[in-house]
Design a protein around this ligand. Structure first.
Ligand SMILES: *Cc1c(COP(=O)(O)O)cnc(C)c1O
Length: 370
C-alpha cells in the first residue's frame, strides 16, 4: 500500500464522516460525564432516568413542532425492531412499500409477514427513487425518507388514500432534514445518525390515526410478542418509561444532541447545516474530472448521505484505506452496493468547514495514487 501522509493543515478537526454510527460531539460526552454518578448506574424506574426520557420526548416534540394530538414514542430495539413491531401492530392487512435500497428492502421483507397479504412493493434501482401511490386495498404506505445505503432521498408527502396511514423510515433523515409531520402518521428513527447517540433505541412520532390503529390491532385477537407490542410502547412512553431496561448512556447522548439542536434554531438550523455540507460536496464532485454523483437526478440527491461514484482510473478502496490511516474514517460505500464509490455522512454534527477539508484531503490522495 502506498504510504501517503496528508499534511496536518489539510486535515479536518474531526475525521468521522460515517453514515452511522456517526460523529458524537464533545459536549455530549461532557454531559454524560456530568451524569456519571447521578443518572448513569441508577434505576430506570426512578426520577433521574424518567426525567431524561421526558426531556428527550419533549425535546423531540419541540424540534418537530408536532401537530396537535401527535405523540413521541421511545422504546428499545432500533429501527430494525420497529419494522417487526409495525408488521405486528400497524399494518392491518396489506402495506405498500417503496424500495430503492437496502433499508426500504428490509421493511418490505418485514411487511411480508405470514398473517398479512403480500405487500405491494414499488421498486426502483439503487441511485434512483420509487414513489408511493394510492392503490386499492392498501392500509399503510411506507417509504424511507432518506435511503442511507444509496444516498437518495424523497420529499415526505401523505399518500391521499382515505383511512390509510403514511409511515416514514427517517432513521438517517431525522435531525438533519426539515419536514412537515402533518404529512405523516408515523415518523420513526434510531438515534445513531444525526442524533449522534448509540444504536439500540427507536423513536416514533405518531399521529392520532396511528395511535387508534395500534390500539385497535392490539385489542384484536392477533398474536403480538410482548417486546414488539406498540401498545406497550405507547403506555410506557406516556409515563416516560420503557418496557425493559434502556441503555441510559445512549439516552444521555441523545438528550444532549436534541437540546443542542433546539438551542441553535431547531430543524431549520440542522437543515441549513446539512444542506451547506452536501451542496458543497455536490459542487466539488461536479468540478472533478474523476467523480460523479451516484444519484443522477438532482432533486433526489441526499443532503445527509452524499454518494460519489469514482472513475475507474481511481481505486476507491485504496483512497478510503489511505484516508483511514490518516484518521479520516468510514467513507466507504454501503457494503452490499459493491460500487467504486465514496459515501459521506453530512449529518448535523459534522462541521461544514470539515467537509471542505475532507474534499481537499480526498483530492490530495487521489492525485498521489499511482
Ligand atoms: C441505519 C438505518 C436503519 C437501521 O437502523 P438500526 O438501528 O440498525 O436498526 C434503518 N433504516 C435506515 C434508513 C437507516 O439509515
Amino acid at each position: 500500500m502506498t504510504e501517503i501522509r496528508i499534511p496536518a493543515d489539510l486535515l479536518p478537526q474531526d475525521g468521522r464522516f460515517g453514515s452511522g454510527p456517526s460523529l458524537v460531539r464533545a459536549q455530549q460526552f461532557d454531559d454524560l460525564l456530568n451524569r456519571a454518578t447521578t443518572v448513569i448506574g441508577t434505576s430506570h424506574r426512578q426520577q433521574p432516568v424518567k426525567q431524561l426520557v421526558h426531556d428527550i420526548r419533549e425535546g423531540i416534540a419541540q424540534l418537530y413542532r408536532i401537530p396537535d394530538g401527535y405523540e413521541v414514542l421511545l422504546a428499545n430495539g432500533g429501527a430494525s425492531a420497529f419494522w417487526d413491531a409495525a408488521a405486528f401492530g400497524l399494518i392491518e392487512q396489506r402495506a405498500q412499500t417503496a424500495v430503492f435500497g437496502e433499508f426500504g428492502g428490509k421493511f418490505a421483507k418485514a411487511a411480508a409477514a405470514p398473517w398479512l397479504s403480500a405487500p405491494d412493493v414499488r421498486e426502483a434501482p439503487a441511485g434512483s427513487v420509487a414513489h408511493l401511490e394510492p392503490a386499492e386495498g392498501i392500509d399503510l404506505y411506507a417509504t424511507p425518507h432518506n435511503e442511507t445505503s444509496t444516498g437518495a432521498m424523497v420529499s415526505v408527502r401523505r399518500v391521499a388514500a382515505e383511512g390509510a396511514l403514511t409511515m416514514i423510515d427517517a432513521t438517517s433523515a431525522a435531525g438533519g432534514i426539515d419536514v412537515d409531520l402533518s404529512e405523516t402518521d408515523v415518523y420513526y428513527f434510531s438515534p445513531q445518525k444525526n442524533f449522534g447517540s448509540d444504536g439500540g433505541l427507536w423513536l416514533a412520532i405518531v399521529s392520532p390515526a396511528a395511535i387508534e390503529r395500534i390500539e385497535r390491532i392490539a385489542a384484536s385477537d392477533r398474536y403480538i410478542p410482548e417486546f414488539l407490542n406498540l401498545k406497550h410502547a405507547i403506555d410506557n412512553s406516556r409515563k416516560d418509561q420503557t418496557l425493559n431496561t434502556p441503555a441510559v448512556a445512549s439516552l444521555s447522548l441523545l438528550e444532549s444532541q436534541v437540546r443542542w439542536m433546539n438551542d441553535n434554531g431547531g430543524l431549520e438550523f440542522v437543515d441549513a447545516r446539512t444542506r451547506q455540507s452536501s451542496n458543497f460536496l455536490y459542487e466539488w464532485v461536479a468540478h472533478n474530472p474523476w467523480s460523479n454523483p451516484f444519484v443522477s437526478e438532482e432533486e433526489y440527491r441526499s443532503q445527509v448521505v452524499v454518494t460519489i461514484d469514482l472513475d475507474h482510473s481511481v481505486n476507491g478502496k485504496a483512497v478510503t484505506s489511505i484516508l483511514r490511516e490518516n484518521g479520516i474514517v468510514d467513507i466507504d460505500p454501503y457494503r452490499k452496493l459493491g460500487r467504486n464509490q465514496l459515501r459521506i455522512g453530512t449529518f448535523a454534527s459534522v462541521d461544514p468547514l470539515d467537509v471542505s477539508s475532507l474534499a481537499d484531503c480526498i483530492t490530495y490522495v487521489v492525485e498521489r495514487l499511482d
